[in-house]
Design a protein around this ligand. Structure first.
Ligand SMILES: [Zn+2]
Ligand SMILES: [Zn+2]
Length: 81
């Protein structure tokens, strides 16, 4: 399977390394991003965020879209450092 992002960006054919968990596109290592599932943990006076173990792979397009939504505070994923 080939990377969808490489083909639409530059017409280049690159072997895919994974599948975007949001849109299902095959992506190469260059276009894949690792995110983490974020869960809001609320207790009285101490709201916090917990990152669940494991990984969530996204293509660069979905990663950018989620980042914009995350800035508004409603997305369920966060970029892992
Ligand atoms: Zn690619
Ligand atoms: Zn995607």
């Amino acid at each position: 399977m080939n990377c969808f992002e490489c083909q639409i960006d530059s017409g280049r054919i690159s072997t895919a390394a994974g599948i975007c968990s949001a849109c299902g596109a095959a992506v190469c290592v260059e276009h894949a991003t690792m995110d983490a599932v974020q869960v809001e943990v609320t207790s009285v006076g101490n709201p916090s965020v917990q990152l669940l173990p494991g990984r969530l792979l996204h293509c660069s397009t979905c990663h950018a879209a989620i980042g914009r939504a995350d800035a508004g505070g409603r997305a369920g994923v966060l970029t892992a450092a």
